[in-house]
Design a protein around this ligand. Structure first.
Ligand code: DAH
Length: 336
């Protein structure tokens, strides 16, 4: 039976024939089933040997049936044409926002919630707006610290030469020139400096400027606003620290730090062991700056602040090299 069964199985060439073969040998009324059913009528001595042989044969036939079934299926559909509809689909590449863009949006959103409007300025700026109007006259050391890319411009122009802006602060001047208080704006923008690049310096980077001018704005307003901003960006438990700092266009000037959100202030790599992380410069708008745009500095006061976007993003995401942002490497960018 084994010989004829296997020979016939080899001849079977489609599902129907395989089925017929199965019924013939393994079906309820099949030849092998009949033998197994008849075991009980055999003498005890034979029962064991016949039973074992029949069971062994059944296992073998079932195995061969499966093998032949697979063989026929593979033969009938060449690999290239086989379609497995249960495979998950292939995902297309999706674009995403650059981490700097995401961070700018988070920053401007935090200020928008406090009534600040977002405005943007040009990348090519007048020397007058980038420096002079911000109380940084020619020869001031801040001009050295913020050396940049200068453009050929009409030399006689009252606004001086043209340059790629080194800070977003000139937007303070542009805004005040064309509006009357009250002013509450944030201004994100690209900045450029003549820098040797390293892990924390880039020759192009982003800042966000903050400016509020109105009657009666005080240093306390500045602290409260910037504190609320820090909590929105770095978490509600943040503490902030203001220390005296100097920027030509504010008086008094301050540097704002938050307590380290990684170590809680104990000191770690992120905060260089100090427990504090500096995140921006700020201060009360210098009376000279207000007078320069024609405001009465006895009537109006205001505060300004400026922060580096990459720095904020690096802190939030634990990024250790600023050069990654502009390198255009998708292995980096697609993580955000
Ligand atoms: N523009 C400054 C810089 O690039 C940052 C800054 C400091 C902006 C203090 C401000 C401010 O508005 O009040 O270093």
């Amino acid at each position: 039976m084994r010989a004829s069964a296997l020979a016939e199985l080899g001849q079977a060439s489609d599902g129907g024939e395989l089925d017929a073969w199965r019924v013939k040998y393994l079906g309820r009324k099949g030849q092998l089933t009949a033998i197994l059913r008849g075991l009980s009528s055999l003498p005890v001595e034979e029962r064991r040997t016949v039973g074992a042989a029949a069971n062994q044969l059944r296992g073998a036939l079932e195995e061969q049936l499966q093998a032949r079934t697979d063989e026929l299926r593979n033969a009938s559909s060449p690999k290239a044409e086989r379609l497995d509809v249960t495979l998950p689909g292939r995902r297309g590449n999706r674009g995403g926002l650059h981490p700097v863009t995401q961070t700018i949006r988070d920053i401007t959103d935090a200020f928008a919630a406090m009534g600040f409007q977002t405005v943007e300025g040009p990348d090519v700026e007048w020397e007058q707006y980038n420096f002079d109007a911000l109380n940084i006259p020619p020869g001031h050391p801040a001009r050295d610290m913020q050396d940049t890319f200068w453009l050929d411009a009409p030399e006689s122009d009252a606004n001086g030469s043209m340059l790629l802006k080194t800070q977003t602060s000139p937007m303070q001047i542009r805004m005040m020139e064309k509006t009357e208080p009250p002013i509450r704006i944030v201004s994100p923008g690209r900045c450029f400096r003549h820098e040797a690049t390293d892990a924390t310096h880039e020759w192009q980077f982003f800042q966000v400027e903050v400016l509020a001018v109105d009657e009666g704005i005080s240093f306390a307003d500045m602290k409260g606003t910037l504190y609320e901003f820090a909590r929105r960006i770095f978490g509600p438990d943040r503490r902030v620290r203001f220390r005296v700092d100097f920027f030509p266009f504010v008086e008094p000037g301050a540097e704002m730090a938050i307590d380290c959100f990684r170590c809680g202030g104990d000191g770690c790599r992120t905060c260089s062991g100090s427990g504090w992380i500096e995140i921006m410069g700020a201060g009360m708008v210098h009376p000279k700056v207000l007078e320069g745009v024609g405001y009465d500095s006895e009537k109006y006061t205001g505060f300004a602040a400026g922060m580096g976007v990459e720095r904020i993003a690096m802190l939030r995401h634990g990024i250790d090299d600023v050069r990654l942002f502009a390198a255009g490497d998708l292995r980096f960018l697609s993580q955000f």
